[in-house]
Design a protein around this ligand. Sequence first.
Ligand SMILES: Cc1cn([C@H]2C[C@H](O)[C@@H](COP(=O)(O)OP(=O)(O)O[C@H]3O[C@@H](C)C(=O)[C@@H](O)[C@H]3O)O2)c(=O)[nH]c1=O
Length: 179
Amino acid sequence: MEIITTPLEGCLIIKPAVFPDARGYFFESFNEERFNEQTGLKVHFVQDNQSASGYGVLRGLHYQQGEHAQAKLVRVISGEVLDVAVDLRAGSATYGQHYSVLLSAANKLQFFVPRGFAHGFVVLSETAEFFYKCDNYYNKASEGGLHYADPALNIDWQVPADQLLVSEKDQVLPNLDKL
Ligand SMILES: Cc1cn([C@H]2C[C@H](O)[C@@H](COP(=O)(O)OP(=O)(O)O[C@H]3O[C@@H](C)C(=O)[C@@H](O)[C@H]3O)O2)c(=O)[nH]c1=O
């Protein structure tokens, strides 16, 4: 497993060690001891989530506030998505900046998004199944979000605007300057 740092401190790309053979492939999709040893973190995930979406579905940008904040380890089981993290850590040198990474069933990359970030993704393939671990439980009352098309974020979602499918909840999320 390889850890690749990104320009946003704490956001990490994880490249698993894959063992292909005549039958197919094998890899450890998560090993807590190895993950914490190689990242230097002490993360303990308590909830796994999975969603399925069609082309152009954009989920985000989401976070949970305060004591309910979540770090996420995300990956794609089928298809391909553009995954995005936005730095919302007060006082961070990269506050308001985002990082995007292509995650697919083919590249098997995982993306670690620390607490203090908003997270979202858009589906680039016909369909995609998305799987992620969270280090804190879902808490509806503490949900927060940021509008995906906020000009201040300037995120290139790689899907034409008229082909995006966004939930009603996500369509009315505020821009960064209203947080
Ligand atoms: C996130 C979540 C949702 N739900 C419920 C609430 C709702 O009825 C239904 C769908 O919820 P949402 O519309 O919020 O699902 P979705 O838009 O897929 O939300 C997710 O988006 C990505 C980008 C993230 O980063 C996640 O943390 C999460 O916020 O599932 C849970 O029961 N547990 C959970 O952990």
